[in-house]
Design a protein around this ligand. Sequence first.
Ligand SMILES: NC(=O)c1ccc[n+]([C@@H]2O[C@H](COP(=O)([O-])OP(=O)(O)OC[C@H]3O[C@@H](n4cnc5c(N)ncnc54)[C@H](OP(=O)(O)O)[C@@H]3O)[C@@H](O)[C@H]2O)c1
Length: 364
Amino acid sequence: MPVEVPSVPADQTRACGVRAPGYRHGVRIDGSVIVVTGASSGIGRATAVELAAQGARLALLARRDEALAQVAAECAAAAGTDGRTLVVPTDVSDADAVEAAARATVERFGRLDGWVSCAAVTMFGSLLDVPLADLRRVLEINLLGYVHGARAALPRFVAQDAGVLVNVSSLLGRIAQPYGSAYTMSKFAIRGLSVALREELRAVRGVSISTVLPAAVDTPIYAAAANHSGRVPQPPPPVYSAERVARVIVGQLRRPRREVVAGGVLGRAFVLQHIVAPRFAERVLALDVERSLRHDGAVPPTSGALHVPGAAPAGVDGGWGGARRERRRRTAGWVAAAAGALCVTAARRWRATDGRRARPGGRS
Ligand SMILES: NC(=O)c1ccc[n+]([C@@H]2O[C@H](COP(=O)([O-])OP(=O)(O)OC[C@H]3O[C@@H](n4cnc5c(N)ncnc54)[C@H](OP(=O)(O)O)[C@@H]3O)[C@@H](O)[C@H]2O)c1
């Protein structure tokens, strides 16, 4: 059945469309209306708070209503005002529920300018060991959830010739991870979904689709994971903070690009390494994953938050010290840069002194 697209009043169309050199249309965040899925925890939660602080009006989607209410309160505190956030408890694997959430958002705020698909679950274990029901559920949430988001958002964007869809994939959508095949498949598929949609909507100049590829991020996703590996999963280093990824997502809403890595220089270097030497990069990642599934003895199998939410506390970070590690890496970077500059200066001075000595009549 085709999705019914509510008409948008003329004065509201393109209300948030801005053109920036080298970019397609983006969203002026202040005053815009944005849906964030997966807003109860981790990157989605950090994105919601960042958007609220920049003046956006938000619809927050996830399954846990109490956690969403807390996020709404955090958004109100960040915005310094109430009434700009709509909480819509939604399971993104239910297409009708996602469409209803989009309709409720437009009813409440009058329009829709951006949609961030972030809701996801993950699962650890060999493809041969994981229950098929769990594998299907990962694909239902991580892939069909994004399809449902696109089918709810894009008809409205097309009708007003303005809007940005941000699909949060992963570096694992470019470089496959063993013992996480369902998650990896979903993240590869999201990149394909974005590319296909972008081409289908090429003629609609005001609509943009951006894919964000975060590196390992400190969020509760590892504690909420389904786990059939027998070991305790943890993020492979380097680990980044959810707030950092949130800033990248907000940047994509404002100035959308096709695909961006959210994981600093190291994340981009890893992608480059995969382009240059794919087998080597895949082996390095596999070793990292094998190491990061710690040998803590037999951990009983669990479906985590796949079928029922709440396997891990909702919060922005997952206790892996992402922000602290980020600060340490930044300090180490500055120290290395300062040491390098010092060495260059010393070498130049030494060469200058040496040159004077070597010249006839120079001091010895
Ligand atoms: N953390 C990382 O290392 C990392 C790395 C690369 C990419 N990413 C991607 O970043 C995005 C956010 O992940 P995160 O690390 O922030 O994870 P997270 O903290 O576990 O958050 C996942 C969010 O998805 C929601 N969710 C799960 N199943 C849902 C469903 N059926 N319907 C609606 N909402 C659902 C959860 O809320 P409820 O449980 O309340 O429904 C939660 O709000 C994901 O797309 C993930 O793949 C994460």
